[in-house]
Design a protein. Structure first.
Length: 105
């Protein structure tokens, strides 16, 4: 998700490449009206994982490493015991979350 993005052709080409290669999706978040957010590139499920990229991310990003460790633990025990972001269906709930996380001011 992004709040602000320039539609620079080079940037859009790079995001399109990442979407095609890895299935990465991009959503332009409308911080005032969440339900009007726009999907720029839909995420795609990939049959095989790119372990070289995953390992690079684990080495360079401690948050991603923790996320992956939690995910693997949840898979092992067969239930979700780790803490992930909540999902919301009501715009008011999303607005309160965005305020709490300082996405909105």
């Amino acid at each position: 998700m992004v709040l602000h993005i320039t539609e620079n052709p080079e940037l859009m080409d790079e995001m399109r490449r990442l979407n095609n290669a890895f299935g990465i999706g991009v959503i332009r978040l409308d911080a005032e009206h969440f339900m009007q957010s726009e999907i720029l590139f839909s995420a795609k499920e990939k049959e095989f994982l790119d372990w070289d990229t995953i390992n690079r991310l684990v080495d360079s990003n401690p948050d991603f490493k923790k996320f992956l460790e939690d995910l693997m633990e949840d898979i092992k025990v067969g239930k979700i015991k780790s803490k992930y972001d909540e999902t919301y269906t009501e715009e008011e709930q999303m607005c309160q979350y965005a305020l709490k996380c300082e996405i909105l001011s």
